[in-house]
Structure formats: C-alpha cells, structure tokens
Design a protein around this ligand. Structure first.
Ligand code: ADP
Ligand code: MG
Length: 143
C-alpha cells in the first residue's frame, strides 16, 4: 500500500490509524532518511494506541517503553547502534516476541535480526513534489 502526505499532520494521522488497528505482538519496521518523518509517524502511532505522553526519539537509550496505552508500546531508535549484538543487551528479542507493539526506527540497520513477520513502513521524500511531500509505503512481510 502506498500513501502520500503533504504535511506532518497527515503523516501523524497515517501513523495514528495504524496505531488504532495495531494488534498484540505487531512489529513495525520503519525505514527512511534523517528528517523524513519517522518520529512524526511514530508519534501518531503512539496516539492511536492511546498514549498521551509525548513520544520523542529515544536518544540515550535504544528503547523507550510506554505502558499507558491500549497495548504496551516499545519504541526503538537504532540509529546509533554499532553492532546488532547491542540489541541483545537491551532485550530486543523479548520485546518483539512480547505482547506489546514494537516500532523500530532505522530498522534497515538491524535487518538481519528483524522478525520474519513484520509491518514494513518506508517513508521517502520526493523534492520534485514539494518540500513537505512524503511517500509512505506499507507492506506486510510474512517471510
Ligand atoms: P525522522 O524521525 O525521520 O528523522 P522527524 O519525524 O523527526 O524525522 O522530522 C520530520 C520533519 O519533517 C519534521 O520537522 C516535520 O515537520 C517535517 N515534515 C514536513 N512535511 C512532512 C510530512 N509530510 N510528513 C512528516 N514530516 C514532515
Ligand atoms: Mg527520529
């Protein structure tokens, strides 16, 4: 599925809709360049899960856990990961196999340890279509 947005609010709403429909154990693997809107999308997803506290990128920790929503929410930002083994140390396996909803920003950096079943989200700019244009591609992977 491909969606197009032209403002941060629209991208937020796409995330929110997915958050409203998210099921226990769902893993979102989010990919896209710096500043493309991964965190905006994630904030929408959190809102859709019923999380009202502000969600920002986990800067000094790889994972941030939110328990106040309809389902637990595990927000990963693996941008600064040096080696996939660092993911073992934060208990990545337990999170993605758990009952909560996982969101992994920069998922392509840990491709080799992503679960086979995941919802892949790719956000891209296309400057020919304007500065605020984003193409959001969403695919269910069942490998
Ligand atoms: P990332 O987490 O991918 O590095 P952020 O979500 O932190 O990116 O930032 C995205 C930036 O792009 C924000 O400043 C936001 O206002 C801006 N922006 C402009 N148009 C859009 C859009 N259509 N969707 C999402 N963000 C947009
Ligand atoms: Mg971010």
């Amino acid at each position: 599925m491909v969606l197009e947005t032209r403002s941060p609010e629209e991208t937020f709403r796409v995330g929110m809709r997915l958050g409203e429909e998210a099921y226990p154990g769902q893993v979102f693997a989010l990919t896209g360049d710096l500043g493309v809107g991964k965190t905006v999308f994630t904030q929408g997803l959190a809102k859709g899960l019923g999380i009202d506290e502000p969600v920002s990128s986990p800067t000094f920790t790889i994972v941030q856990v939110y328990d106040e929503g309809r389902l637990p929410f595990y927000h990963f930002d693996v941008y600064r990961i040096g080696d996939v083994e660092e993911m073992d140390e934060v208990g990545f396996e337990d999170y993605v196999l758990g009952e909560g909803v996982s969101m992994i920003e920069w998922a392509d950096l840990i491709r080799e340890i992503l679960p086979g079943k995941r919802t892949e989200v790719i956000i891209e700019k296309d400057l020919e279509k304007g500065f605020d244009y984003r193409k959001i591609t969403i695919n269910e992977i069942r490998a």
